[in-house]
Design a protein around this ligand. Structure first.
Ligand SMILES: Nc1ncnc2c1ncn2[C@@H]1O[C@H](COP(=O)(O)OP(=O)(O)OP(=O)(O)O)[C@@H](O)[C@H]1O
Length: 257
């Protein structure tokens, strides 16, 4: 595998193995993730993309029978062996899923959820956070006059942006996105892509995508997984123009997957 030289790492995953029962789903993964970069993870179905992204905030621990070995260093601390406050970790390493999954509540209450859990009660402060988060995801103008309407009444693309706003309210450092546009139409997809581009100023983003054009459009680094192995991780331009490994080239040129 080719290696990277940049130094500032928010995550440094070393020799990570992950088993579902007896099935080894991630094999000796070494994966640095750099501050304020967008890292895209690509690869065929079942190669371990979602599994990997869910290790980064230990969401994976919610699945029974999962075992891991190796290191996941987050800000220099190995979250696999050191004592970790999971609420704090997931506050700092937020996650957005494939389909916007708003709660069956109002738009306002959806976005207020995180701050309230962390003890914020003052209406004025909540209002400010909600407005700012909705502005950040370019949804404010579309919803400012109906904040008390049910979130379920929004379109799929709006729901996804709402969920990103919800993830941003706790001021995460890293945003994990697991196929955030796979259920969206092209216009909503391009809005999310523009948003990723803007969010990168403030956040470190890891995005799983099946869409290679999307990976090449939005990311700085691209990682190619195959059957639980990280085959290649490099600058996106390099991966898509001069991949190091033949298997990467075969995949991006559509020969399999
Ligand atoms: N909850 C689970 N229990 C057991 N095995 C699982 C579980 N989730 C995933 N796996 C297995 O781990 C491997 C990697 O799956 P994963 O979902 O991470 O792949 P993926 O690359 O994200 O796939 P896709 O692109 O289809 O979403 C697969 O062999 C899958 O069957």
């Amino acid at each position: 595998m080719s290696t990277l030289t940049t130094t500032e790492r928010v995550f440094d995953v070393k020799d990570l193995n992950l088993w579902y029962g007896d099935n080894l789903a991630l094999k000796s993964i070494n994966f640095p993730i750099h501050y304020n970069e967008v890292t895209a993870i690509i690869g065929p179905s079942g190669c371990g993309k979602s599994t990997f992204i869910k290790t980064l905030n230990l969401m994976i621990n919610m699945i029974p029978g999962v075992k891991m070995s190796g290191e996941i260093n987050y800000r220099g601390k190995n979250i696999l062996s050191d004592k970790v406050d999971l609420v704090e970790l997931r506050k700092n390493v937020g996650m957005v899923f494939q389909k916007g999954n708003p709660f069956p509540q109002s738009i306002y209450d959806n976005v207020a959820y995180g701050p309230r859990i962390h003890g914020l009660k003052k209406k004025q402060e909540l209002d400010e956070i909600i407005e700012k988060s909705l502005i950040d995801v370019a949804l404010w103008d579309e919803v400012k006059d109906r904040l008390n309407a049910p979130a379920m009444g929004l379109s799929g693309g709006q729901q996804q942006r709402l969920c990103i706003a919800r993830a941003l309210t706790t001021k995460p450092e890293v945003l994990l996105m697991d196929e955030p546009t796979s259920a969206l139409d092209p216009i909503s997809t391009s809005k999310i892509e523009e948003l990723i581009f803007e969010l990168k100023e403030k956040y470190t983003i890891v995005i799983v995508t099946h869409n290679m054009q999307q990976a090449s459009r939005v990311s700085d680094k691209t990682a190619f997984f195959l059957m639980g192995e990280l085959i290649e991780l490099d600058d996106t331009t390099k991966v898509f123009s001069q991949p190091y490994d033949q298997r990467t080239e075969d995949y991006i040129s559509g020969r399999f997957g």
